[in-house]
Design a binder for this molecule. Structure first.
Ligand code: NAP
Length: 267
């Protein structure tokens, strides 16, 4: 059945792939970008939205509601990366990161729920990360913001089930997008004891994203979820070993899992 879908952060990467694929399937898609005028060639309408700015969120919802009274599916995809040693990452940078990856999606959820309740149902997919389930070294801020989104999604899911609203998280592994080049990078402090390991870990991270899977896999997963009546709380899509890490995290002793992760990052 044709649905009206809102995809945040649809100007590039996973969001662009999700929105384009859903549009091709015949769904009515609204995407968002902080600078929609830069992406005039997309096949779906792109509305202006900065999830960090309440004024922008208010204007966005006014514009959206002038175009449609119904949003069946929200894909909370807009997000950014951050790297840095926990000891050294600037707290202001971390707060800004949480604004985009945690409070931003939450603000959109809070605005969309009254609409969904009025329409007696809806679906919310929060795009998290496989890294949401484990503290990735030198990406602790990213794991924490996505982990927070993952946990609050569990609470939300139980609160809104009574209104016929489904909620899930979709955790991608590594996908080839521009996220690595756009993420906040905390430089090492002068004489930092983390410099060598941080730089080596960064090289491993960037390799993973560059060699990442094709974003169409995430688009196909979202399209599949839209057709499904009842959802699990969490889904993960990505390279086999990354998905396996989620199973291992649940099954093996914590110290063993930590050793595997440290080996992987040569720590
Ligand atoms: N790629 C991966 O390997 C991977 C893995 C796990 C999870 N993820 C998650 O998947 C999502 C998409 O990432 P991606 O890889 O596709 O990255 P991307 O290519 O950099 O796309 C990020 C999108 O988010 C939007 N965005 C960023 N800051 C925003 C803000 N303050 N307000 C509104 N929109 C904002 C950007 O739009 P504008 O710049 O046009 O505003 C852009 O469309 C993110 O939540 C990311 O954490 C990605």
């Amino acid at each position: 059945m044709q649905q009206t879908v809102l995809v945040t952060g649809a100007s590039s990467g996973l969001g662009k792939s999700i929105a384009t694929h859903l549009h091709t399937l015949g769904h009515t898609v609204y995407g968002t970008s902080r600078n929609p005028q830069k992406y005039a060639d997309l096949p779906f309408p792109l509305l202006a939205l900065d999830v960090n700015d309440q004024g922008s969120i208010d204007l966005f919802f006014a514009e959206l509601q002038s175009k449609t009274s119904q949003v069946d599916v929200l894909v909370n995809n807009a997000g950014v990366g951050i790297t840095g040693a926990v000891e050294e990452v600037k707290l202001d940078a971390l707060r800004a990161h949480f604004d985009t990856n945690f409070f931003g999606p939450l603000a959109i959820i809070q605005q969309i729920l009254p609409l969904m309740r009025k329409n007696k149902g809806g679906k919310i997919i929060n795009i998290t990360s496989i890294g949401a389930s484990m503290g990735l070294p030198f990406r602790g801020g990213y794991s924490a913001s996505k982990g927070a989104l993952q946990i609050i999604s569990e609470a939300l899911r139980m609160e809104v089930a009574q209104f016929g609203i489904e909620v899930c998280t979709l955790a991608p592994g590594d996908y080839a997008t521009d996220i690595a080049s756009r993420r906040y990078y905390e430089p090492n402090k002068k004489g930092s004891p983390y410099e060598k390991l941080y730089q080596e870990s960064l090289a491993t991270m960037d390799e993973h994203v560059d060699d990442g899977n094709n974003p169409i896999e995430i688009a196909l997963a979202v399209a599949g979820l839209i057709q499904k009546k009842h959802w699990q709380p969490h889904y993960a899509v990505g390279p086999f070993m990354q998905k396996l890490s989620l199973t291992l995290k649940r099954l093996v002793p914590q110290k063993v899992f930590e050793r595997l992760l440290k080996n992987h990052y040569n720590l």
